[in-house]
Design a protein around this ligand. Sequence first.
Ligand SMILES: [Zn+2]
Length: 411
Amino acid sequence: MKRIILIVAFFCSVACASAQKKKAIFIIIDGVSKDVLEKVSTPNLDAIAKEGGLLSAYQGGELNEYNQTPTISAPGYDNVLTGVWFNKHNVPDNSIKNPNYHYPTIFRLFEDQFPKKKTAIFSSWEDNRTKLIGEGLEQTGKILLDHHFDGLELDTVKYPHDESRKFMSAIDQAVTDDAVRSIRETAPDLSWIYLEFTDDMGHMYGDSEQYYDAVKLADRQVGQVWAAIRERKEKYNEDWLIMVTTDHGRDLETGKDHGGQSERERAAWIVTNASGLNDYARESNQVSVVDILPTIARFLKVKLSSDRQRELDGVAITGKLSLTKPVATMVDGKINLSWLPAEKEGRVKIWVSTTNNYKETGKSDKYSLAGVVPVKDGKFTIELDPNTSSDFYKIVLEGKYNTVNRWIAAK
Ligand SMILES: [Zn+2]
């Protein structure tokens, strides 16, 4: 009898844990560079980081590379939403004229696989839903989130646009209040909170007490959300992932501006409660905001097709990886590849394509296998056939646990 009870207890500890409902939420606090986050007292973000970590994470794509991305708000959000940089998502500024919806947001990936699960956005800027997520558009399969709370900035009667921009602070609080209520009552499976006031104070006052106070206020709002999540975890035994980040830093001289590629404008961060941060997250001291999508996808068990995996610019910061940090350079009819092995065993398949169908039409590219080598080698040379030379190459490195890619365009 005792043995049976023990066996039941063992299976419950395995099965009951896996039956735990998984919920993910990410928060973007606008325009807070890493140095400011470290300077200003943010006890709530610290409490979350204590469970997982506070990571340096760059915005802006890779410096001077083909995927360099303006350190502007909407591109910064879209880097997070799509897990790819500007050369793919095609959002270079806040007008969001022509996003490339072939690169799906995390909401699209999640809704496509789990249509019955609940998604939500709580946002101080309506374009995040209508343009970046592309709600209701043909190109996004007419995605509809289950709940949205946004557009308050368009209501100039209830929120008259005063010069001090206090109305924006009031909107952030209303957005936070709705998120807290929603988490307590229905707990969406995937949600995004966007808070703006910090950037307004940065633009108006630069590095100043006003700006720092706005950061403290955002921290308290995150604290309200975190309290609601902790309540859910206790009451309903849910497994929550929270990832908090920013869309860009600020200029070094005054702190009023952003948009360029200075170190401080690129200096973003991720605060998360995620357990099981991998060596890449803990040791590289330089993850990036495009890593948020693969991390959430892994947590929520969103399956990514090989076409999608071959385009993603980020890697998960939790769990196993095969390789990171690929570099590709073309010299004398050869492509020299290198990467950082994350595992000692296993092989990496190296694929090459000269088509760019995925970006242009959303369809698969024609890849050929250039080699299969032990991942621990960390390098490979592709000998190009001079008879079939191209001015564009996509190189994909496919490991057991993750896939990374580089593009080369002839200058
Ligand atoms: Zn911004």
